[in-house]
Design a protein around this ligand. Structure first.
Ligand SMILES: O=C[C@H](O)COP(=O)(O)O
Ligand SMILES: CC(=O)C(=O)O
Length: 214
């Protein structure tokens, strides 16, 4: 079996904080301010999703100007997006799912890929491809904590980053699972708070999330 996923590097990034902020940004400047505010609160990485036209510029700017945070790219759906995100400086790449084309793009890349998988057959396919650290999206809608608990004894090598519907109300239940390395969430960077430029509030939310590690 090949081992294309740089598991150690990826786990290092994911385990450095309990919550990975998943964000969609309007501009590179906004992404820089947001990243600094999240880092001030104690979060060590950010996933900038390719859901806005500003995403690649934002990744470039954060990778260059905010050394205190590890900048990754999310919502990678195609090999072209993988290549663009890597070229922009993304240090890790997240996809809500997995296609053979995206897995091919990830081969040999310095940016480790966190692909998404949910069903037993999808998990078996990922294991065959050498992937053991996986996104679980959309977590709550797919069955949440009870679903992940049921998978654990069967898929003992798999670690998940559940994302989608996770919040301060349920995050502790996810983090208590042995097969969860961290969660992804947008609640630490609410759109209205970012747009209003209330970065002190972002730092407060980030600190609250970072404290979940204790
Ligand atoms: O689209 C969802 C994001 O990836 C994160 O999900 P969330 O907004 O439920 O935290
Ligand atoms: C769901 C997610 O985190 C992504 O779109 O990459």
């Amino acid at each position: 079996m090949t081992m294309p996923q740089d598991k150690q590097t990826l786990l290092g990034i994911l385990k450095a904080q309990p919550v990975m902020p998943v964000v969609a940004v309007n501009s590179a400047a906004e992404a820089v301010d947001l990243s600094r505010a999240l880092a001030s609160g104690g979060l060590k990485a950010i996933e900038i999703t390719l859901r806005t036209p500003a995403a690649l510029d934002a990744i470039r700017a954060v990778a260059a100007d905010v050394p205190e945070i590890v900048c990754g790219a999310g919502t990678i759906l195609t090999p072209k997006q993988f290549d663009e995100a890597e070229a922009a400086g993304a240090k890790f790449i997240v996809s809500p799912g997995a296609t053979m084309e995206v897995l091919d793009a990830a081969k040999g890349s310095p940016a480790p890929l966190l692909p998404g998988a949910a069903t037993p057959s999808e998990l078996m396919a990922m294991i065959e491809e050498g992937y053991e650290v996986l996104k679980f999206f959309p977590a709550e809608q797919l069955g949440g904590v009870p679903y992940l608990k049921a998978l654990a004894p069967v898929f003992q090598a798999i670690s998940f980053c559940p994302t989608g519907g996770v919040s301060m109300a349920n995050v502790r239940d996810y983090l208590a699972l042995p097969n969860v390395v961290c969660v992804g969430g947008s609640w630490v960077a609410p759109k209205d708070v970012v747009t209003a430029g209330r970065f002190d509030e972002i730092t407060r939310l980030a600190a609250e999330a970072a404290a979940l590690a204790a």
